[in-house]
Design a protein around this ligand. Structure first.
Ligand code: DLL
Length: 428
């Protein structure tokens, strides 16, 4: 059933006890070996030795992307470089790429965690796993590569390649699992349809998609087009990359690897904790990372948590899909909208394609959004009006729509750039 059943189905009390022990070790190591944390803890009047319960963590300040940047490249490392065997980097979507280090043990743990994600998504030893993430500083490709090897599956490390080449390899090697971003999977699905690949030509059964927000409608579309079961998985390089959380086949939330990460959800404005079930900003503390422990990292990702055990038998907390990033939140006349909500509507409207971008501008003190979406009939004013009305009724917000010809919006082999944010003064 699970990748590491003894871990993934622990009782809640056992999880809490393990987290407390590991948190204490992590905070001690951070305080002892990372001058940044030494200073931070001292300023907060906190001594790691005095940790009594998980709630004590709340006495510590958050760590931000800016902190990592200020200490780039190696200032956040808790071990000497001689013990670091790998360095990756965050993708720098917000312009600040920062280094992440791994010891040999960190790599081992990481492989175990990604193997769990693969198992939860239905992948086993007999599967042929095509990794279509770009191999490089980005954590996605190496993370899944090692996880799949750890599991004993056969890895096809295609990395980035044209859709034609990905599909050719997928067909020849009879790949049964595809690992990439959902937007890239959509590009491959469309290319397969365009090339007239008959159903049954591909052997795909599992799609493990992550690294960017996507919607249930996108899942339905991908499953229908690629004839696979698609699961969502989440992670961020600052805390190691993929492996933090992933869906099981029940697909009712992403199981968080709570034995290796402590997650909190806070109100993004007040930073006060919110109850389970309420959407807020995810805060992550690593519990086992040796090279680079991270304490209360502000992810800027919005999601909610539930600690109700899952029907699959796993007991670890589940997080909802990421609703969006706090920095992508669109505020139109007081209404709050996330790009993924716009996506969900677009995918349900007949006549538009699942390729879109949202251009944000600040006008008259509020945000204005222009949704540019591909349609086979871009001149169709009736369709444009229909999409605008549908968006307005479902989101409670008026957004302008522009229909553009198929294949005019850029395609990405990695993360799609859905939001073009021109609201900030320094925006391009
Ligand atoms: O994207 C790690 C990863 C690789 C996750 C492969 C899953 C699969 P970064 O490049 O540092 O790391 O980007 C992290 O991407 O803070 C989220 O905003 C977003 N993100 C990642 N996974 C999801 C997801 C990798 N499943 C940032 N849904 C995060 C929504 C996601 N957003």
């Amino acid at each position: 059933m699970t990748g590491q059943p003894d871990r993934e189905a622990m009782d809640r009390e056992e999880i809490v006890q393990l987290q407390l022990e590991r948190l204490e070790a992590t905070l001690n190591r951070a305080q002892r070996s990372v001058p940044f944390y030494q200073r931070r803890f001292a300023e907060a009047g906190f001594d790691a030795e005095g940790l009594r319960s998980l709630d004590d963590l709340r006495r510590l300040p958050f760590t931000t992307k800016r902190d990592l940047r200020d200490n780039h490249p190696y200032g956040m490392f808790a071990v000497p470089l001689r013990d670091v065997v790998r360095v990756h980097a965050s993708s720098g979507t917000t312009g600040l790429a920062t280094a992440v280090g791994y010891t040999r043990n960190d790599l081992k743990t990481w492989s175990d965690l990604v193997a769990r994600i693969l198992v939860a998504g239905g992948v086993g030893k007999d599967d042929v796993v095509q990794v279509a993430f770009d191999y490089g500083l980005f954590t996605g490709a190496f993370g899944f590569h090692q996880g799949a090897e750890r599991l004993g599956a056969s890895v096809i490390p295609v990395s980035s390649a044209s859709a034609r080449r990905q599909l050719g390899i997928m067909k020849d090697y009879r790949s049964t699992a595809l690992v990439c971003t959902p937007s890239h999977a959509m590009t491959l699905a469309d290319a397969a349809i365009e090339a007239g690949l008959k159903p049954g030509t591909l052997s795909l059964r599992h799609g493990l998609f992550g690294a960017e927000p996507w919607s249930e409608s996108m899942r339905a579309d991908l499953q229908a087009k690629l004839k696979l079961v698609a699961t969502d998985n989440y992670g961020l390089s600052e805390v190691g990359g993929p492996g933090l959380a992933g869906e099981c086949l029940d697909r009712r939330g992403l199981h968080v690897a709570e034995d290796h990460f402590l997650v909190e959800v806070v109100d993004p404005e007040t930073l006060a904790p919110v109850p389970d079930g309420t959407v807020g900003e995810l805060i992550v503390t690593t519990l086992t990372r040796e090279a680079m422990p991270v304490v209360r990292f502000r992810t800027h990702d919005l999601a909610s948590l539930t600690r109700v055990p899952c029907a699959c038998g796993r007991t670890m907390a589940r997080m909802s899909r990421v609703k969006g990033r706090t920095d992508d939140l669109i505020l139109v006349k007081g209404a709050r909208v996330f790009p993924s909500e716009i996506e969900a509507v677009l995918l349900e409207v007949e006549g538009t394609e699942p390729h879109y971008e949202i251009v944000l501008e600040r006008r008259h003190g509020g945000d204005e959004a222009l949704v540019r979406v591909e349609a086979a009939t871009p001149g169709d004013e009736n369709l444009r009006g229909a999409v605008e009305r549908r968006l307005a009724s479902e989101l409670g917000v008026a957004v302008a729509v522009e229909l553009v010809a198929p294949r005019t919006l850029p395609r990405s082999e990695g993360k799609a750039r859905r939001v073009i944010d021109r609201r900030r003064p320094d925006a391009p």
